[in-house]
Design a protein around this ligand. Structure first.
Ligand SMILES: Nc1ncnc2c1ncn2[C@@H]1O[C@H](COP(=O)(O)OP(=O)(O)O)[C@@H](O)[C@H]1O
Ligand SMILES: [Mg+2]
Length: 241
């Protein structure tokens, strides 16, 4: 479904991604782990079209996302192709209401009835979003904003969901709810690329995972393989025995 080949991305003068190869098959839940500054957010932003690779190729469902022509695909086009990105740091539109944020997530859809149904589903999943639907998103707590950001990404009904550190700074109960939801969405067929600082939980959930260090993929394998890898245990799982 997604294939990155020798992808190089710069941010300003900094060479951040240094030849990344990564692939995701339809229906997989793949985790990407790595220390702060490794380039995880940069990688997601390249997939969703927010950053342009200087070299290499990103293919989604056999479409080249960076055609050789001068017509670069817009972020809107990429959303319509089926990629939805839940960004780092719960970026919601704070002045807009919860409901408006959710509807904005569905901007690319014309199936209004289903949009309403999905809206109801999000509210069932996260009842607080229903209770607060007419309040400004900025008035929600950090955890609630994360639920909203995730729900908004889901409202696009993506085929590939990109998630950037959904558990960051959240209470364990909320983290568990989010991980349960990801497992459920994946079981329903959604393909997911999960960036997570909680490597233990991510490796448990993922069918496969990659380790990114300083812009290079240094390890890849099944969740189980990586959880038992010495280097991963030492660096990312806190040396857990
Ligand atoms: N807007 C930016 N301008 C210049 N450098 C940046 C910018 N954003 C991130 N970087 C650099 O890119 C590298 C990777 O950042 P990032 O992709 O955010 O890593 P991660 O998500 O793994 O923590 C870091 O060295 C960071 O300093
Ligand atoms: Mg990041």
């Amino acid at each position: 479904m997604l294939e990155m080949q020798d992808v190089h991305v710069y941010r300003g003068q900094t060479h951040v991604l240094k030849g990344v190869d990564l692939h995701i098959e339809q229906g997989e839940l793949v985790a990407l782990i790595g220390a702060n500054g490794a380039g995880k957010t940069t990688l997601l932003r390249a997939v969703s079209g927010l950053l342009r690779p200087r070299q290499g190729q990103i293919m989604f469902s056999d479409h080249d996302m960076e055609p050789a022509s001068t017509h670069r695909l817009s972020v809107e086009k990429i959303v319509t192709m089926g990629i939805s990105h839940c960004p780092e740091g719960r970026q919601v539109f704070s002045a807009m209401t919860v409901r408006e944020n959710l509807l904005l997530g569905a901007f690319n859809r014309t199936d209004t009835q289903e949009v309403q149904q999905d809206m109801q589903r999000m509210i069932q999943l996260f009842p607080v979003l229903g209770q607060r639907q007419n309040q400004a998103a900025g008035s929600l707590s950090g955890g609630e904003q994360m639920m909203l950001a995730l729900s908004r990404a889901l409202m696009a009904k993506p085929r590939l969901l990109l998630l950037d550190e959904p558990s960051l700074g959240l209470a364990p109960l909320v983290v568990n709810a989010i991980f349960d939801l990801l497992a459920q969405l994946n079981a329903e067929g959604m393909t997911i690329l999960l960036v997570e600082q909680n490597a233990g939980m991510a490796l448990e959930l993922a069918s496969r995972a990659y380790v990114l260090e300083l812009g290079h993929i240094v390890l890849a394998g099944t969740g189980g393989e990586l959880s038992s890898n010495e280097r991963v245990r030492e660096i990312y799982l806190g040396g857990a025995a």
